[in-house]
Each structure stands twice: as C-alpha cells, then as structure tokens.
Design a protein around this ligand. Structure first.
Ligand code: NAP
Ligand code: ZN
Length: 353
C-alpha cells in the first residue's frame, strides 16, 4: 500500500479538509493513475451530506469524485490495454463480479456486485470503503479504465465520465431522436451535456429551467428553445408536444408538470436522484399512454463509445476549473444551481497542499 493525498469529509455536516488515504499496490490487472482533473457531480454532494441515507448510507471519512481523468503511472503484469503515460478516464464504476448476465452484456452498472468508485465496500481491504477522485492517484481494474481521445481538453473531459454517459445512454436508448421534440429538464452538469448530445443526434431540443439567466447559455449550448418552468403560460403553450424528456433535477419537484408536456406515448426518463420520493399522478400517465423510466450511468463499453463520439465531434463539458482548496465554496454554489456548468478540480493544486 502507499499513501496518497486526498480531500475528504468526516461527517455529513463537516467541511472538506485535506488528508492522506491509502491506495493498494497494483495487482496483476490493475492500472495506477495520476489524477489530473476530477469533476464535481451533484451525486458527490448527495453522498457527502448523506442525503441518500435510506438507499445507500455514507461511510465516513468520505472521499468522493467519479469524473476522473489522468495519466497512467504503472500497470500490473497482466494489463494489456494500457501503458504508463496513456491518458485515461475512470467513471462511477471500479469493479463488478465480471460473470453475471448484466456484466456479460456490458451493463456492469446493474451487476449486483458492482463496486462504485467511492462509498462501496472495498474488496481489496485497503480501506472500509472505496475512495474516489478527489485525490492525487487511484488504482483501478483495467476493465473499468477508459481511453480518452487525445484531441479533447482534459478539464472538460472529466465530467463526461459521469454527466456525459448518464445523459448519452438514455438518449441513445430511446431510439432515433432525429427531428423529435426532446426536453431537457434542469440546466446543470447533466442537463448541459443532455443538450449537447440531443442536439448532436438531431433532435429539436428544448430546455426547461428555473433560472431565466441561463437562457442565453442554453441556446449557445445547442437548445432551440428555452422554457421557464416557473411560468405557467410558457408551460401551457408546450403541453402535450414532447416525444421524450430527460429529467435531471437534483431536488424534490412536481414531475407531473413535465409528464403533462409529453404527447401520445411520450416518455420521461429520470436521471436526477432527489432524496425524497416523487409523487406521480396516474392520470397524467394514463391519458396518452405515457411512460416514466429511470436510467443509471452506462456500462463500460457504452462509456467508451460516448468518449469516442465526443472525440469525433469535439464535445466536452463546459467547466469552471477550480483548485481543490476552493471545494467548500464550490459545494455551496452547486446547491444554489450556480455552476457553469460543471466544476472540474485541477488536481495539480493538491501537490501544493
Ligand atoms: P446540478 O449540476 O446541480 O444540476 C441540477 C439542475 O437541476 C440545476 O442546475 C437546476 O437547473 C435544476 N434544479 C435544481 N434544484 C431544482 C428544483 N428544486 N426545482 C427545479 N429544478 C431544480 O446536478 P447534476 O450533477 O447535473 O445532477 C443532477 C441529478 O442527477 C442529481 O440528483 C444527481 O445525483 C443525479 N445523477 C444521477 C445519475 C444517474 O446515473 N442516474 C448520474 C449522475 C448524477 P436550472 O437552474 O436550469 O433550473
Ligand atoms: Zn456523477
């Protein structure tokens, strides 16, 4: 084992502070990575503050971070796909059982033995739970390491590892959205990537936002129209007209307002994970044979496909790059939906700690 610098919290109410964690030595199949950038996902905040206690309680100390980009520093003897110096990414998954039907069909995120990048039992016994990317280095099974296209800005690539795949996957799964009316609810980290992908796949993209001041940005990011969701007149005008809506809201909200926006057999897919259950009106679904679904990140194969697509189309996340010392401030802004549109931590700042 070796020591690595990191930032962690010791309770749901404590601020982040610098500390040192242990990382395992590379086993045969492992890749050791020097982390260059790590995005800040709202899931990090939910976890740090133990907002998902009823589903997955947080073990402290907690080192979040699952939007990792870095450089390979060392590989195990059996690693065939990576060598020192390669640019790589790690998302929300670092291991699974490799054998179940979901793993065998490239849906590792649904493996019952899936190990998430942080706050999952650490089967190597390095620590009680896995520690994520707010750290100078990480060691990951090669199957869960992604290749990063060389032409992209690394700070903007990091968020693709979660916000990117989480929006890419349900949009692809829905089918051919070319010419369809697609709504993206919430212009945050996930939402702004949803806009970019929906536009790239040829949809007529409409953003629902509570923040009028984000309108110009939404249009610049690729939206054709923007609806202020707090304005009943604007909402009414679009009722019954959408084919597909992706809901990225991180907090409690009235989902029925968006179900009403769907046309016949329209679908709303939830990717946002509010801490409290949402109330769904049966009638809103019945009239129009509408459906509601959920989606969780994406498998490793699909994540690589998404990264390659981003390389070809020059798609990255719009980021505010911060030193890790600004992390507590960044969390306060994230709660207020005041991020343009993802924080990406420059891990070089950890070296000066
Ligand atoms: P984020 O950057 O904070 O964006 C969420 C956006 O939702 C905000 O920018 C805001 O957009 C809107 N919003 C926030 N509170 C709202 C409220 N009370 N009412 C209406 N709209 C509100 O968060 P994120 O990182 O994109 O994550 C979004 C959610 O997805 C989180 O719950 C996160 O845990 C979850 N997530 C799920 C997966 C998955 O696999 N399913 C993966 C990653 C994250 P406007 O200002 O435009 O209104
Ligand atoms: Zn995430």
């Amino acid at each position: 084992m070796y020591k690595a610098k990191a930032y962690s919290v010791t309770s749901a109410t404590a601020p982040f502070a610098s500390n040192t964690i242990m990382r395992r030595e590379t086993t045969e199949r492992d890749v050791q990575i020097e982390i260059l950038f790590c995005g800040i996902c709202h899931s990090d905040l939910h976890t740090v503050r133990d907002e998902w206690h009823s589903v997955m309680p947080t073990a402290y100390p907690c080192v979040p971070g699952h939007e990792i980009v870095g450089k390979v520093t060392k590989v195990g003897a059996a690693v065939s796909r990576f060598k020192p110096g390669d640019l790589v990414g790690v998302g929300c998954l670092v291991d699974s059982d490799h054998t179940c039907p979901n793993c065998k069909t490239d849906l590792e995120q649904f493996c019952r033995g899936a190990i998430f990048t942080y706050n999952s039992p650490d089967k190597h016994g390095t620590a009680p739970v896995t520690y994520g990317g707010y750290s100078e280095s990480i060691v990951v099974d090669e199957h869960f390491v992604l290749r990063v296209p060389a032409n992209l800005d690394l700070a903007g690539v990091a968020p693709l590892l979660c916000a990117g795949i989480t929006t890419y996957s349900p949009i692809r799964r829905w089918g051919d959205i070319k010419g369809k009316k697609v709504g993206i609810v919430g212009l945050g980290g996930l939402g702004h990537m949803g806009v970019k992908f929906a536009r790239a796949f040829g949809a007529h993209v409409v953003v629902f936002t509570t923040s009028l001041k984000k309108k110009e940005d939404a249009l610049r990011l690729g939206a054709h129209e923007v609806i202020l969701s707090t304005d009943p007149a604007q909402m009414k005008q679009h009722a019954g007209t959408f084919n597909f809506i992706l809901d990225t809201i991180a907090a409690e909200h009235d989902i029925n307002a968006y179900i009403t926006m769907l046309g016949l057999e329209g679908n709303i897919t939830l990717v946002g994970a509010p801490e409290t259950p949402l109330q769904v009106s049966a009638f809103a679904l019945l009239f129009g044979r509408k459906s509601i679904s959920g989606s969780l990140i994406g498998g490793i194969k699909e994540t690589q496909e998404m990264l390659d697509f981003c390389g070809e189309r020059n798609i990255t996340s719009d980021v505010e790059v911060i030193p890790i010392q600004k992390i507590n401030e960044a969390y306060e802004r994230l709660v207020k939906s005041d991020v343009k549109y993802r924080f990406s931590i420059d891990m070089a700042s950890l070296k000066t700690q």
